[in-house]
Design a protein around this ligand. Sequence first.
Ligand code: UTP
Length: 293
Amino acid sequence: MKKIRKAVIPVAGFGTRFLPATKASPKEMMPIVDKPIIQYIVEEAVASGIEDIIFVTGRHKRAITDHFDYAPELEYALKKSGKEEYVNLIREISDMANFVYIRQKEQLGLGHAILMAEHVVGDEPFAVLLGDELIYNETNPGIGQLMEVYAKYGKTVLGTTEVPKEETYKYGIVEGKPIEEGIRLINSLVEKPEPEEAPSTSAIIGRYVLTPKIFKILKRTPLGKGGELQLTDALALLREEEVIYSKDIEGIRHDTGNKIGYIKAIIDFALLREDTKDDVSKIILEKAKEIGQ
Ligand code: UTP
């Protein structure tokens, strides 16, 4: 069984739910306190043992490329003004992994974005992380949990969590047979079903371990919801040929792809950090009092 060394991170979407912020800058660069969302995602992959990060990117996404590159002028200016600690902070970002950039010229869906990475991934299993979901687990990073399941079973693994029934229309939903604590053998997958049609409340949450077989399948997957090439549809076809597993990811999950989820993530992370937690608690308590009056 081949070791997983590569992660594909699709970042070519338009981010319409965050317009106007995303008119000219990527939603992945929006900060949670002082760190862009995309950096948390890359750190999760690196902490799980990933060496190569493959971004599938598009127009207006240059800020992501710059963020993971050296910034010599900034480093020089920081050194000159005696702010050495920031020099290391910004340099470490670029040294975390090898970064590769592929352009998705047309936004034809998540499945299409993954397909763009075929020639760089080659004949290896690989991880996929979406920037919409932040998973906080200090000791056992989200994608690493799926990589452990892959190491045991050697097949596709989808990261899942339970969601309220009325929210199934936002997710790819899977139904399967439990085989171990938190691990299921998948029977069926549906992209964004209405609650009454959902086969369960187990939702795919933006973390996958895929095998290279998915590329062949994606090429024959018909366009699905929204006229896009959907990864979930391709996985449903793959399921007809071989077994697929799901793993309930342990950790605190934040859906940063919508406004309320994003605001909640900022508050939660600010309350976890030593340098912000006291002040932010005070602000929240004061606001709560104000609102309560
Ligand atoms: P979303 O469905 O969340 O779309 O894509 P989006 O454009 O990012 O955001 P909204 O819905 O317009 O607000 C899920 C993931 O797939 C990537 C996105 O960048 C995101 O990480 N994606 C989607 C692509 O890379 N290419 C596509 O054609 C579509």
